[in-house]
Design a protein around this ligand. Structure first.
Ligand code: ADP
Length: 219
């Protein structure tokens, strides 16, 4: 709660400051316009944070509505990669994928795509220009696995214990945009699907996040 209160107070204080300062200045349409645009931006930040926090609580408590269907994990990976292709190009990051087309799970397609997208988003964010991101989908008889590998900055052993906490952001992450909620949401959605998520990382070398879900055997 301390963290949430602190992270909500910052944008709200900025929003209030902008409004107060503008009200105290001489009337000027252009100034008003700029101030209102700033206010919308700050409100959006608060709304995204609150919506994500609510999604996490819902997923953790089992109240998140999940539209279960047979989902091919390779399709989930492909769609999430498509979503981020431009972002990766802009950073000169190469995508690679090695996905078994026969791996099916029971789950909510949109939520599973959100999981893959969050992991790919992080992989791009925390990998320097010219790096690479690889998505692998495999199965081993009972479990289906989707992993996202990068050769970026990596995560220290101490931080690896805390990255799943709500609003936690690593020391090296401050320069990047983010709320510290992505991995908490990933973990909550994966758990709601009866799965688990783990990380294997080495500082300076890169990270691999692996989502493991119950596999639907091939008919
Ligand atoms: P955010 O990215 O908004 O900070 P997340 O919950 O997605 O929040 O991640 C929490 C922290 O975990 C990040 O701040 C970062 O320190 C670390 N992290 C997550 N993914 C990676 C990655 N692929 N490489 C290095 N660090 C990562």
């Amino acid at each position: 709660l301390d963290n949430v209160a602190h992270d909500l107070r910052t944008p709200l204080t900025r929003l209030r400051g902008t409004a107060e300062l503008t009200l105290a200045s001489p009337p000027d349409v252009e100034r008003y316009r700029e101030a209102l645009a700033d206010c919308v931006e700050e409100s959006d930040r608060v709304l995204v944070m609150l919506n994500t926090l609510m999604d996490i609580s819902e997923a953790e408590s089992g109240a998140m509505p999940l539209q279960h269907e047979r989902v091919m994990l390779a399709d989930v990976a492909a769609r999430a990669l498509d979503l981020y292709r431009d972002v990766a190009d802009a950073k000169d990051i190469t995508f690679e994928s090695k996905t078994d087309p026969n791996i099916a799970v029971s789950g909510d397609r949109v939520r599973l795509e959100q999981v893959a997208a969050n992991l790919i988003d992080n992989a791009i964010k925390y990998t320097p220009e010219g790096g690479g991101v690889k998505v692998v989908v495999t199965g081993d008889g009972t479990r289906a696995q989707l992993s996202v590998q990068d050769n970026g900055v990596g995560i220290s052993p101490e931080e690896q214990l805390r990255i799943w906490d709500r609003l936690f952001r690593g020391d090296q992450s401050r320069a990047e945009r983010g709320l510290g909620l992505g991995l908490s949401l990933v973990k909550a959605i994966v758990s709601a699907h009866g799965g688990s998520v783990s990380v294997d990382s080495q500082q300076g070398k890169g990270s691999t996040f692996t989502v493991s879900l119950p596999l639907i055997p091939n008919p």
